[in-house]
Design a protein around this ligand. Sequence first.
Ligand SMILES: Cc1cc2nc3c(=O)[nH]c(=O)nc-3n(C[C@H](O)[C@H](O)[C@H](O)COP(=O)(O)OP(=O)(O)OC[C@H]3O[C@@H](n4cnc5c(N)ncnc54)[C@H](O)[C@@H]3O)c2cc1C
Length: 388
Amino acid sequence: MTHSFDALILGGGAAGLMCAIEAGKRGRRVAVLEHADRLGKKILISGGGRCNFTNLHCRIENFLSSNPHFAKSAVARYTPADFIALVEKHGIPYHEKTLGQLFCDRSSRDILAMLEAECHANGVTIFLNTRIREVQRTTDFILHAPNAEFRAPALVIATGGLSIPKMGATSFGYDLARQFGLSIRPPWPGLVPLTLAPEDCSRYCDLAGLSLEVIASCGHQRFREKMLITHRGLSGPAILQISSYWKKPQPILIDLALDHELTAAFRDPKTPRNLSSLRAELRKLLPHRFADRWLDFHSPASWTNQSLADFEKQAHAWAIFPAGTEGYEKAEVTAGGVNTDELSAKTMESRKVPGLFFIGEVIDVTGHLGGFNFQWAWASGAAAGRAL
Ligand SMILES: Cc1cc2nc3c(=O)[nH]c(=O)nc-3n(C[C@H](O)[C@H](O)[C@H](O)COP(=O)(O)OP(=O)(O)OC[C@H]3O[C@@H](n4cnc5c(N)ncnc54)[C@H](O)[C@@H]3O)c2cc1C
């Protein structure tokens, strides 16, 4: 059986559904083909079940890409205010948690139900459990599924990245891009916990569960947020953020003593220069168990001014050489992807293959933690949907 549409959208996640809604609004006959048994599974698990659906302070600096300007146009034409207006139209209660991050008051299900309702209202056809085995191009794109064939002059790839394979992530988008001669920036796991080398793990991992505010930096990037110690390494927002920029064997530098000069007290001759004074200073800033443990391995070589200066420097730039990351199993996003040079920044259409579009996480545009990945999915989906 052959189904014909104006456009086919492969992948019924955040980007695919937004694209379908925008195209449907313009009277296009569109179908979303999803291989899972339901739409938007990642939306449901996002934000701890409350979906951090956008961020009030969305700037181009919140996205990483080999072309830092690529996302500008789409992000300017579909803004957080546009998505908030949709959320309010559907009467979904939400709140700002921190740093401009907007979450549902009730559940991520509200966001998915809203997108499904908009699809329905705009005449979008949904095919679930639809596995595409092959894509051909004649004048139309022809997609072959085991029991059906789909045809359309436009094809949008919205199949996401490689993160969380058990939720149905596939390399389909990258494979298809290669099939049509588009280049890929090799993907890597982003927003992912880091694992420590055995020596560091034996020193700190038994403190799993402790969290502290730090500045984590790598190259020119720095994030001031919480760091969490885990059974295998480090996590928490500061580490997840910096992980997207980290490549082995680079170090990650951790500032443990934010806005403080730990050794200032020692300029006063009345302060005894010994470990217990130093421990007291460190304990003012850090959880006591972590302060004591860190000092076990980083106490000053002597009590000279130079040694204290070296200690101060270490506390503000503790160099960690992670063993690796927890990989795609735990990564919130996939960085890298379809090379942005291949696509129009305005419409997300391939420059080489007219009618072929890529949107969302499959593109080499990755958001910071805090609602930016959904904002990219909405914005890139809307950009393509308005061009179909
Ligand atoms: C645990 C977790 C929590 C997250 N929380 C947040 C958050 O709170 N805020 C935020 O901004 N971002 C969050 N993210 C990131 C965000 O979910 C993604 O960046 C976003 O969903 C990407 O949208 P997408 O439409 O490009 O891809 P996806 O949402 O991954 O959708 C892709 C769709 O394509 C389908 N598909 C894949 N291959 C095929 C195929 N071959 N044929 C047909 N269909 C296919 C998939 O089943 C899926 O439905 C989170 C991610 C994870 C893993």
